[in-house]
Design a protein around this ligand. Structure first.
Ligand code: G6P
Length: 608
């Protein structure tokens, strides 16, 4: 959600913080701030709006120092305003705090602090922490942070600086990610690894409930009872290139073009001799035999990949499979017991709704598997096994390559589980595996092909205010995802619908200028989709058809035709979504939208 950076060392702290925040801005971008320790104490600078406002302010009036903390915010408590931007400080200005997460009992704490005479300067939950630390402080910052954290309910990644400790940051984590980057005579803290990449790839991921002290030359990690604990230094596999735009105008466009590589990487090593090999998951075949039902939980784009996953898993395992929006799962009394296998799908591995749903399932004895893109994030840490997608860092808020990589992972998981559960079908597996192996080249061909056509299509319909996307079976979720992409980044209203349901309501919307995007590749539902398109054409609606190359009937019906290469129908969602991503991208850019940072949204939603 929000982005966190902290620095101690010989460099200009403001510069490190601003550059780091720029790499994190996708996590939240309604305001930003830094606190830098200079000769006359901890100096705060905050600005509403994009990070460049803060950067401009620091350029005009620099804050010079070698220790500092910085934050980019996505508002939860308190509107985007300078006073609500982090860092927040104690009344005497000596303590500065940045925070990612939500303090659920902040009203009680605030009441208690106000009753004791503390005056609050913001409407945030975070400010309580600064006052609590100040009240507990008696010369030992770690002890004060520990005492403050003991009073908190909710989730936090916290970094605390104190004006009297020029070589110390105290950090704490519960529910929100936080890591420490190790340099030579300098150290860093951050909410994810990307801001650290120009300086170091050596990182310590803090575990749930841990605290740490970070100074230039030393890092010490403690458990929730303040007992020192050993920590593991890991080397991040990410490179700086992966977190930069590489000549593309936007991260989203770069990430759309990275899909052949993302899918290829997700398949790599997991297909041996024409068969899926998921031995890396160390799944216990005997234990799996007791699984009676599958439940898939996810949010946003990951939820749509789960909807495709449901069809694939039911086809291969013959186990009843439910697909749940994670935010609904927790409050809907789902039937969970040890015979359930829960699969959580998440790009970031930090989505609070998914994580909490997962914890509920584990608490009731379910087995758990994650499909996740971020190594070491909270969701894989909470699961029995993880099938990592290997899409590389996804920075654009609208998910693209993570989605197609998740779909590829589901194809593998469905075939792998089918075999483990005693339903191997060699011929079927060989057919789908062949389809999967062809995908990277086919996506490349799509991307090298009719982009001009998609651009023209985007131009033609950009002034329309409502869109309908329809698909059936494997490509009903493609319709939902196509509509979501358009909504997210162009702010045009779009709805995804099962093609067969049009006649039960939405057909009433259709008239001369109303566009429907129909996803209609070869496969068992093509004929039915063609009928649905005909129903729309009969009512003079405009139809953009995504069809398999060479489909003459689709060509004749379409006002605009987008072709995808011939493929196995199970893998068609991976190909069909690509032009829809591009259609949303070009519509949004032609409307002048901020594609990588759409209004009101955040990449990783770590609040429920
Ligand atoms: C946010 C992002 C979406 C993403 C969703 C779930 O809403 O903007 O792009 O699909 O979170 O995120 P996850 O990291 O769990 O896949």
């Amino acid at each position: 959600m929000c982005g966190i950076v902290g620095y101690l060392g010989p460099r200009d702290a403001s510069k490190v913080l601003i550059e780091g925040l720029a790499r994190l801005e996708y996590r939240g971008y309604d305001s930003a701030g830094v606190a830098v320790l200079n000769g006359s104490g901890l100096k705060l600078r905050r600005a509403v709006g994009r990070l460049r406002n803060l950067a401009d302010s620091l350029k005009a009036d620099p804050l010079v120092g070698h220790m500092g903390i910085g934050h980019t915010r996505w508002a939860t408590h308190g509107a985007p305003a300078e006073k609500n931007a982090h860092p927040h400080s104690s009344e005497d200005g000596k303590v500065a705090v940045i925070h990612n997460g939500i303090i659920e009992n902040y009203r009680d704490l605030k009441g208690e602090l106000q009753a004791a005479g503390v005056r609050f300067a913001s409407e945030t939950d975070t400010e309580c922490i600064a006052h609590l630390v100040a009240r507990h402080y008696q010369g030992d910052l770690l002890a004060a942070v520990h005492a403050a954290v003991k009073r908190l309910h909710g989730a936090w990644a916290l970094v605390v600086a104190h004006a009297d400790h020029p070589d110390l940051l105290v950090v704490a984590r519960r529910g929100s990610p936080l890591l420490i980057g190790l340099g030579q005579s300098e150290n860093f803290v951050a909410s994810d690894v990307t801001p650290l990449l120009p300086y170091t790839r050596q990182v310590i991921y803090l575990d749930e409930g841990q605290l740490a002290t970070v100074s230039r030359g030393q890092v010490r990690v403690f458990d929730a009872a303040l007992k020192p604990v050993a920590h593991k230094v890991e080397t991040s596999e990410l490179t700086l290139d992966a977190a930069e735009k590489g000549g593309f105008e936007h991260f989203m466009l770069k990430e759309i073009h990275e899909q052949p590589v993302a899918v290829e990487a997700t398949l790599r090593g997991r297909i041996q001799g024409g068969r899926v090999d998921l031995s890396e998951l160390s799944l216990d075949a005997a234990a799996l035999k007791s699984v009676r039902r599958l439940q898939l939980i996810a949010c946003g784009t990951s939820l749509y990949s789960a909807m495709v996953g449901k069809y694939l898993l039911e086809q291969r395992t013959a186990l009843p499979t439910e697909c749940w929006s994670a935010s609904e799962y927790r409050y809907a009394d789902p039937v969970i017991d040890p015979s359930v296998l829960v699969i959580a799908i998440s790009q970031s591995g930090e989505t609070a709704d998914t994580l909490e749903a997962l914890r509920l399932a584990r608490g009731r004895g379910a087995r758990t598997i994650a499909i996740c893109n971020v190594m070491g994030s909270s969701i894989p840490r909470t699961c029995d096994a993880t099938l990592y997608t290997r899409a590389g860092p996804e920075i654009g808020v609208a998910s693209t390559k993570a989605y197609t990589a998740q779909l590829a992972a589901f194809e593998l998981l469905a075939l792998g589980l089918g075999r483990l559960l005693g339903r191997p079908d060699d011929a079927e597996e060989a057919r789908v595996v062949k389809g999967l192996e062809a995908l990277p080249a086919q996506i490349r061909r799509l991307l090298d092909g009719d982009i001009v056509g998609v651009k023209r299509c985007a131009k033609r319909y950009q002034s329309v205010t409502n869109f309908m996307y329809i698909g059936r079976h494997f490509n009903y979720p493609t319709a939902l995802e196509g509509a979501l992409k358009l909504k997210e980044i162009s702010y045009i209203h779009a709805e995804g619908y099962p093609g067969g349901e049009m006649k039960h309501g939405p057909l009433a919307l259709v008239e001369g200028t109303f566009p429907t995007i129909a996803i209609c590749p070869r496969g068992r539902t093509r004929e039915k989709m063609i009928s649905n398109i005909q129903e729309i054409k009969a009512r003079k609606g405009v139809v953009v058809v995504v069809a398999t190359e060479g489909d003459q009937e689709a060509r004749e019906l379409a006002d605009y035709l987008i072709e995808i290469p011939p493929c196995e129908e199970e893998v068609s969602p991976i190909l069909a979504v690509v032009p829809l991503q591009l259609l949303a991208y070009y519509t949004a850019t032609q409307l002048g939208r901020d594609v990588d940072k759409p209004r009101n949204l955040a990449k990783s939603v770590t609040v429920e």
